[in-house]
Each structure stands twice: as C-alpha cells, then as structure tokens.
Ligand binder design. Structure first.
Ligand code: SF4
Length: 224
C-alpha cells in the first residue's frame, strides 16, 4: 500500500512539470530533446525509483555542505545561489565559497560507484553547467565535487572559466529557443543514436518517428 502511494507521489510530481524556460542543466544538451520537452511531447515516463534518487541527491548535497559550513579554512559566501534573472535560463548553484583569497563556484554531483570509480576527469556536461554559473556570477574558478552515493567517497576537480565555451552554450540555447518559438523541430544530435543522451532520452520513440533533419512541429504532431 505505501509503495504504491509513494510511487504515485513522485509520478504525479513528474507529470506536473511543464518546462517554459531553460535550466542550467540543459546546457549542451540535445536541442531536439529540449524542443520536445518544451512542447510537452509524448515521453517515456521515468520510474518512481529514479525520481526518488533525485531527492536523494539533494540530501547528499546537504550532507556535504554541513562540514563546509563549519570548517575554518573555507568560508561559504552563499549557498543555493540563483543566477541573476534574465530571459533565457535559470539555475541555482550549490554554493559560492572562498578560501580567503579566491572565490569558487561549487557544484556538487552524486553518482553510483560504477561511474564514480572510473572517473578521472569531470564530465563534459557538468563542466558546461559550471561554465554558465561562472559566467553569470563572474567568478573565474569553480569546483566540481563528485560524491559516490554508495560509499560517500569524494573526488574534486578545479575548472577555470572559459568565455568562449560559455558564449557558445548560450548561443546554442538561443538557437534552440528560436526553433521552439517558430515550431521547427531541430535535427538530431550528430552522434545519434550512440550518444549517451540518446541512450537515456525520454523522447527516443518520437525522435525515431520524426527521422533525421529539421521538420515543422505542426505538421508532425497531428499523427502522433
Ligand atoms: S534520441 Fe538523441 S537525438 Fe533524439 S531527441 Fe533524444 S537525445 Fe536528441
């Protein structure tokens, strides 16, 4: 009885989520998948257990912030910092910290042992997100702190701001926004279908039906 009720809670929350603007986590993501998200296209629902894992990630963040708020060598300047309001994107970094000399944007990511153990460099998609925080906060350095969900082991990577990368990410989001507004379904990503994004994509079925190349949403959506 409880399992069904708890599962339903998470599934209902997922259904209520309609996207109307970009999040920092959308940076560098497939434009076609973003388009489908904005248009509320039919998608494969996530399982309740996967949705619970997102909540679990929030608790891990709190666990990491607790010692950082007490140690003397690092000062938490602000936690859960929203990027300044503007039209294209919203997002909230975990913290801005200082070592007494420099400021750093801190982004905490949690993952399972299988991925964590193999990791020797930060994930590209996480660097993309951090770049946008650095860009909007005008902070030149950031730290990606990875937490192993199974063992709570930690790995950290220092990332420097790249204006070129940030502007390219924002240009790509602006391009996708134009396509959303004009009802033009973007082409698939070049590395379709091998890309990791395709493997986990909730819109894989509809993307397969649409085929390759750009097409108009109005003429495509009728038969779906
Ligand atoms: S299957 Fe791949 S190319 Fe198609 S929408 Fe999803 S991520 Fe994009």
């Amino acid at each position: 009885m409880l399992k069904e009720l708890i599962d339903q809670f998470y599934l209902d929350r997922q259904r209520d989520r309609e996207q109307t603007h970009f999040y920092v986590t959308d940076a560098g993501k497939c434009g076609r998948a973003l388009f489908f998200k904005f248009k509320n296209a039919p998608r494969k629902e996530m399982e309740a257990s996967v949705l619970r894992l997102f909540d679990h990630g929030d608790h891990i963040h709190q666990l990491i912030m607790k010692p950082l708020l007490s140690v003397r060598d690092v000062h938490v300047v602000a936690s859960e910092v929203n990027i300044p309001p503007q039209e294209i994107i919203s997002g909230r970094s975990d913290a801005i910290i200082s070592d007494g000399k420099d400021l750093y944007v801190l982004d905490i990511k949690s993952m399972n042992s299988m991925i964590f153990d193999k990791m020797t460099a930060p994930k590209e998609e996480n660097i993309d997100q951090l770049q946008l925080y650095l860009h909007y906060f005008k902070v030149p350095k950031g730290i990606l702190l990875y937490v192993n969900k199974n063992t709570l082991a930690l790995k950290e990577f220092l990332v420097g701001y790249s204006q070129e990368r940030s502007l390219a990410l924002l240009a790509s989001l602006n391009e996708t926004k134009k396509k959303i507004d004009s009802g033009t379904i973007p082409d698939r990503i070049q590395s379709y279908p091998e890309d990791w994004q395709c493997r986990y994509c909730q819109f894989k079925a509809i993307c397969g039906t649409a085929g390759s190349g750009e097409l108009k949403w109005d003429s495509f959506k009728e038969p779906v």
